[in-house]
Design a protein around this ligand. Structure first.
Ligand SMILES: [Zn+2]
Length: 322
């Protein structure tokens, strides 16, 4: 998700806008979401704000060297997902959440436990971001003074410079964590510096806010940029063994085409976090159907959400057109 300005408008839309899916693509995806009702990746359902004493973070592992951390809905309506990936030389943290909570301690605890398990003394922490929106960089400050830590900047220039990407956004870079490399895929459209990260070990593509079970936001005028990024992701998934897409949030319900309102601090019946790789072609089909007339439209596992730079005084779904 992203801007407070849009938040108010979004809540209004969810109340008034029919979020049922329609048309062939929507029908097809309804079946997909029913099929993926239960997670095969995670042992527990994610905390979703139903327990008043819910801890600020909920961690689950993908494997012994890969962790997924969700910031509690009780601390931010965005409830972002963060990813911690250990190599032998470096550990990579993707995103620092919405802030206001002690993420540093959770990350330090994970690192300490990993070092003990692996009989190691130290490992360098690299903090990077899927993109520069506040709910993904909010915890950066607590890492700035951490020893043996690099915090990568948020601009396309910072990211291209750090990962050695000369031809942004067309070029994909590889980043070596020591015995394990991840791919960095520039995917602007939702935000100028958006990147996805692919981990060949878990076959997971950490897809940020460009692909997740929720509202896929991009400015009306940037639909081409977003569509081009989607084409590059599609090409990447054809050339690499991508099994799952794990994004920055969950906003959909398990019921096809329905989303939670942003102010829901407690949710029942959330869609699972992971999406199958087929979601990429589903989104491509939806973008093709949208053509050069961007409009808000709900599909089974996502809502295409083009929006004016300043949505005030305008009404979706056709607010890009006037
Ligand atoms: Zn976000």
């Amino acid at each position: 998700m992203f801007s407070p300005k849009l938040l108010a408008v979004t809540s209004l839309i969810l109340a008034s806008f029919g979020l049922t899916s329609a048309g062939a693509v929507g029908q097809k995806q309804s079946q997909v979401s029913e099929k993926y009702g239960a997670s095969t990746l995670f042992l527990q359902p994610w905390n979703a704000g139903r327990d008043a004493n819910e801890p600020a973070f909920h961690s689950q592992k993908l494997d012994a060297n890969t962790f997924v951390i969700r910031q509690s809905l009780k601390t931010s309506f965005e409830a972002p997902f963060l990813y911690l990936i250990f190599g032998q030389e470096k550990v990579l943290l993707i995103d620092t959440g919405a802030g206001g909570v002690d993420l540093r301690r959770v990350v330090d605890d994970h690192i300490e436990a990993w070092l003990a398990q692996n009989q190691r003394e130290a490992i360098q922490l690299v903090v990077m971001h899927s993109h520069g929106h506040g709910d993904h960089v909010g915890g950066d400050a607590s890492f700035k003074d951490r020893p043996d830590t690099v915090v990568v900047g948020h601009s396309p220039k910072d990211i291209a410079g750090f990962f050695g990407i000369e031809n942004w956004p067309a070029q994909t870079a590889s980043f070596d964590l020591g015995g394990r490399s991840v791919d960095i895929i520039p995917t602007p459209g939702h935000h100028p510096s958006h990147v996805m990260v692919f981990d060949a070990v878990t076959k997971a593509l950490f897809s940020g806010d460009v692909i997740y079970p929720g509202r896929l936001y991009f400015q009306c005028g940037l639909s081409e940029t977003y569509t081009k990024s989607m084409s590059r992701v599609a090409e990447f998934t054809r050339e690499n063994d991508v099994r799952w897409l794990l994004g920055g949030h969950v906003e959909m319900k398990a019921v096809a085409g329905e989303a939670f309102a942003s102010e829901n601090g407690s949710r029942r019946g959330e869609h699972i976090l992971e999406l199958p790789v087929a979601i990429v072609s589903d989104i491509q089909m939806a973008l093709t159907a949208m053509g050069d007339k961007p409009r808000v439209k709900s599909y089974g596992e996502f809502i295409l959400f083009p929006h004016p730079a300043d949505p005030r005084g305008k009404q979706p779904p056709n607010w890009c057109l006037n």
